[in-house]
Ligand binder design. Structure first.
Ligand code: SAM
Ligand code: SF4
Length: 340
């Protein structure tokens, strides 16, 4: 039983408190990254099931106003596909207390100067930072991984993010065996030259095609070994609830992160909670259960009732993802639908 004296925060049975909310704004995407989506895409959520801007603002408002959430990351799918994104960002930035606002994006729209996905408009609306996914410095490889010929758009998008002071600009990279597993040092050099902070993410079993295999995964120790062949890396320590293990590169101040979600899980210190585009609370990327907030919200539930449902959803968070355990089963929803 969840103690009623647990206060207002999002506490779980293991004493962890969720303060970092990932909000998926859509499950749709403009790319088809091989580790995320099949070439033909997926059956998208019906628009009627997707939270409206008013509903997103209300739920995030409850999270920051009543549940102690301090950081909000907008993600997807591709969040820049959401029409009127700057207006939504502006409304979230106006919440009290104001959360720190970041965006995880494939970067394709960031260089736009008109329309809704441009970096300058997002910055002006109140966005604080961006993480842009880029797995390769080679346009041909990019096309092979994402099934779209858009490498230059991402690179322009990164530059636009830096120019708009969405800093530090972080680059997320996933390495795939036999595809770009030789690129760790090159990606780091490329990122350092441009002032971006690179993070490698171990590939996780969250692809819609269920094509992940532990034996084929490029591991964090492998990534570190290939980086150390060309760079001096000094651990920065103090990982806290941050998933990335951070290293100072060649004496600093530049840094690189390696997120060993599979080989070095950070579950014991996890402070994340997720809200899917259709209004379900997920207490873990790998959770097999979700808690519906959309139905009660649309049925007229009060903020207090919704907050209470949210607390109960987080209370049930499991100790860890258990990927290495015999009972592990990949969640039904892929990363793009959960909100990465
Ligand atoms: N479309 C945006 C993007 O690509 O940045 C946001 C959503 S995407 C699901 C969020 C992050 O999840 C990206 O950095 C992507 O590389 C990562 N990702 C997707 N599938 C993954 C997988 N199977 N394992 C590890 N990371 C994955
Ligand atoms: Fe789209 Fe991001 Fe998934 Fe790539 S990783 S297919 S950009 S949601």
């Amino acid at each position: 039983m969840r103690p009623t004296s647990g206060g207002t925060r999002l506490l779980d049975r293991f004493g962890r408190i969720s303060t970092d909310l990932r909000v998926s704004l859509t499950d749709r995407c403009t790319l088809r990254c091989a580790y995320c989506m099949p070439a033909d895409g997926l059956e998208w959520l019906p628009t009627a099931d997707t939270l409206t801007d008013d509903e997103v603002v209300r739920l995030v408002g409850i999270a920051v106003g009543q549940l102690g959430v301090t950081e909000v990351r907008l993600t997807g799918g591709e969040p820049t596909l959401r029409a009127g994104l700057p207006e939504l960002v502006g409304r979230l930035a106006a919440l009290t207390p104001r959360p720190e606002l970041s965006l995880t994006t494939n970067g394709l729209t960031l260089a736009r100067t008109a329309g809704s996905g441009g970096a300058a408009a997002l910055r002006a609306a109140g966005l604080d930072r961006v993480n842009v996914s880029l797995d390769t410095t080679c346009p041909d490889r990019f096309r092979a991984i994402t099934r779209r010929d858009r490498w230059h758009d991402v690179v322009d998008g990164l530059a636009a993010a830096a120019a708009a002071a969405l800093v530090p600009v972080k680059v997320n990279a996933v390495l795939l065996r036999g595809v770009n597993d030789d690129e760790a040092p090159r990606l780091l050099r490329w990122s350092l030259d441009r002032g971006y902070e690179l993070r490698f993410i171990e590939q996780m079993p969250l692809d819609a095609q269920h094509g992940w295999a532990r034996a084929r995964m490029v591991t964090a120790p492998e990534i570190l070994a290939s980086l150390r062949a060309e760079f001096t890396l000094a651990p920065l320590g103090g990982r806290g609830s941050a998933p990335a293990e951070l290293f100072e590169v060649d004496g600093g101040p530049a840094r690189v992160g390696v997120i060993g979600s599979v080989t070095a899980p950070f579950c014991a210190a996890c402070d994340r909670v997720r809200l899917t585009a259709d209004g379900q609370v997920r207490n873990c990327l790998f959770a097999r259960e979700e808690s519906d907030l959309r139905t009660p919200l649309r049925a007229g539930a009060s903020d207090t009732e919704l907050a209470e449902r949210w607390r109960t959803a987080v209370w049930g968070k499991r100790a860890g993802h258990g990927i290495d355990g015999p009972a592990f089963r990949q969640p039904d929803r892929p990363m793009s639908a959960i909100g990465g």
